[in-house]
Design a protein around this ligand. Structure first.
Ligand code: ZN
Length: 659
């Protein structure tokens, strides 16, 4: 492991917290050191208060911040003297500790300080860095882990047995650190948890972290336990990998959880090879690399796809340990967050696409830790009691009680066609805003990069091509696990022509895009919609031209009318599958690519109106924007329309011909 310190880069971080921010980010950049909000850093500064008195202030990473992207505002100032004194108390519950930390912050509105704050306070060094380095976890989770750690570091580090993060760990370290520390001490290893380094300045503390972790890596290399190969293993040929198979698994997991979940399948070399190992049971079922992961991953992955059996095992685990707990515990849902399946590879599940991606990344690193420890002589996870203690910690249980309800479509997946512009683009926004993961299909390759976030997946796709639709859906279902809501938006508007002038080609292409492409998408999605945890929903973006066709628009009007009939028949045929389908008929939506300033001006002139008047040429004298249509499309998939299918709703400001 190499130091990433760079003088020129460091110079850009000014102010008293500058160096602290810079090296925290350097740690955050390396996923083998910290993952997703893991790890924390601090600095002790002496500052003058309003009365000119000097105060010792501990700036420690606040909760909700990631080291990789932390800013000065992400460090919470706390009264160092007071916090350090807490470590001397005979006992303090963790909720009380959190209360003390929160009431001794020196900046109103700062994030809650890390639960490891007292630990930072008791270490007698200006800069303190803490990571959950993979290499250190591998060594300490091998047989005789503690002996190996002492062999690697000698008197350079203080070694602490595993104790859950919180007051007890901090109080133990406060007693133990002075006993073990000597003049050569530069760090502290918490077995099966992580490593601390410290120093008088940001660079030395950071570079000691790199050095300490490198020593564990070199030890693993010397013991031939660093390079752990992943033999490429193909799944056995056979069923089990289709879109429908994945959607079935997602449905079973969601039903067990009691809410829809996003499911991601990873058949990449490392994860799939691990899933197909003959000893996967022995390696995977012991527990996480460090108990902290359990909040995201649950204590063990599911092997195969039998969700009911998994839930039974989880319930047993809960009953076994909750019986011993001091307070009454509320059981969490029993659905797995990970599965290892010989046909699919690795499957991650979570409430949101981001949660799912985090589970995947945690397990990717867990496999490194497991296989290296295995190569050292045998992977040993901590006793499950420790995992339970974290999963059902008072502070986690308190979060459950406080949690509000998430956005309406959390855990659900929406597919929008023609998503790169106009109404389709606005639909993507409306569904993302309601918590859905969104698949955007469009002919325009720009779709892939329009939203760079884990809950959006854009695929270039020609919807008149059945093969392309299937391929896009294959990818999308591996990404999110299914399709619950379908917005049929893609369409074309051929240039105005009277019937006797319409070229056959133009007629055919209107029918191909506005009718047949939608049929193909509906056909390909039917099996997925049927498996949607809350029932499938389809919204058809129709047109005012369905109830009120316009002269010069025969191909458009006829194709939209055919689509309308298709939707009505779908309502009849698919109701038994729990799928509802509703249409909305927009008119005069001018904020789309179709309507340039020039086109608008010329159309307005043709009606002897100003552009402003033309835009609002409806009963309500209001302008209809893409967003208005998109919001209605999203609502049609929500609770308001739960009992409605085959409805046709205008969104046009009121049109005399439709009325
Ligand atoms: Zn930690």
């Amino acid at each position: 492991m190499k130091s990433l310190w760079n003088d020129a880069e460091a110079a850009q971080f000014a102010g008293p917290l500058g160096p602290r921010v810079y090296t925290s980010r350097l740690l955050g950049r390396d996923r083998s050191l910290v993952l997703h909000g893991g790890g924390n850093t601090s600095v002790k500064l002496r500052e003058k208060n309003l009365f000119g008195d000097e105060e010792d202030v501990l700036y420690v990473k606040g909760s909700g911040w990631d080291l990789e992207t932390i800013e000065p505002a992400g460090f919470t100032p706390v009264a160092l003297g007071y916090v350090r004194k807490l470590a001397g108390l005979a006992q303090l519950s963790d909720p009380q500790m959190v209360n003390e930390l929160n009431t001794h912050m020196l900046r109103a509105g700062a994030p809650s300080p890390s639960v490891e704050t007292i630990l930072h306070a008791i270490l007698p060094h200006k800069y303190v860095d803490h990571t959950h380095a993979d290499a250190v976890l591998s060594v300490s989770n091998a047989p005789e882990g503690e002996k190996r750690i002492r062999e690697i570091y000698g008197e350079r580090v203080v070694v602490i047995p595993y104790i859950m993060a919180g007051f007890d760990l901090a109080a133990y370290c406060a007693r133990e650190f002075p006993k073990q520390a000597g003049k050569n001490t530069v760090g502290m290893v918490l077995l099966s948890h992580g490593v601390f380094s410290f120093g008088p300045d940001a660079r030395s503390s950071y570079e000691l972290m790199i050095e300490l972790v490198s020593m564990a890596e070199e030890y693993l290399a010397r013991k031939k336990a660093w390079q752990v190969g992943f033999s490429r293993s193909e799944p056995e040929p056979g069923p089990g990998r289709s879109r429908e198979d994945i959607a079935k698994l997602r449905r079973a997991m969601s039903d067990q959880a009691g809410f829809p979940m996003i499911v991601k399948v990873n058949d990449g070399e490392k994860l799939a090879a691990f899933a197909r190992r003959p000893d996967v049971d022995k390696l995977s079922q012991q527990g996480p690399a460090t108990p902290d992961h359990v909040i995201r991953t649950k204590p063990f992955p599911m092997l195969g796809r039998d969700v009911a059996t998994y839930a039974g095992r989880y319930r047993e685990y809960f009953e076994r340990f909750s019986a011993k707990a001091k307070e009454k515990k509320t059981m969490l849902d029993a659905a797995p967050r990970m599965a290892l399946d010989p046909a699919l590879g690795f499957v991650a599940a979570g409430r949101t696409a981001k949660d799912t991606a985090i589970v995947e990344e945690l397990y990717d690193h867990t496999i490194d830790v497991i296989l290296r420890a295995e190569a050292l002589g045998g992977w040993r996870a901590l006793d499950q009691q420790h995992t339970f203690d974290i999963e059902y910690w008072d502070l986690e249980q308190a979060k459950l009680r406080k949690a509000g309800s998430p956005p309406a479509f959390t855990g659900e997946v929406a597919l929008v066609t023609g998503a790169a512009s106009g109404i389709g683009k606005a639909c993507v926004e409306s569904f993302l805003k309601r918590g859905a993961a969104v698949i955007g299909l469009d002919r325009n390759p720009a779709i892939a990069g329009l939203w760079r976030r884990p809950d959006f997946f854009g695929v270039t796709c020609d919807l008149t091509n059945q093969q392309e639709i299937r391929k896009a859906l294959d990818e999308a279902v591996r990404r999110f696990g299914g399709v619950d809501m379908l917005v049929l938006n893609a369409g074309i508007f051929p240039s105005s022509q009277s019937i006797q002038e319409i070229p056959a080609e133009s007629w055919r292409s209107a029918m191909a895009v506005n009718v047949e492409a939608n049929l193909l998408v509906m056909q390909a999605c039917h099996a997925l919609l049927r498996l949607a945890p809350r029932g499938g929903r389809i919204v058809v973006i129709g047109s005012k031209n369905v109830p009120a066709p316009g002269p010069g628009a025969a191909a458009y009007s006829a194709s939209k009318a055919a689509l309308n009939q298709l939707a009505r028949v779908a309502a009849l045929e698919w109701a038994k599958d729990g799928i509802r389908i509703n249409s909305l008929h927009p008119n005069a939506v001018y904020d789309t690519a179709l309507w340039t300033e020039e086109v608008l001006a010329s159309r307005a002139k043709a009606y002897n109106l100003t552009v402003e008047q033309y835009k609002k040429n409806n009963l309500l004298r209001t302008e209809v924007a893409s967003k208005d249509v998109a919001e209605l499309a999203a609502e049609m998939c929500g609770a308001l329309f739960a009992k409605t299918t085959a409805a046709q709703v205008p969104v046009d400001g009121g049109n005399e011909r439709v009325v």
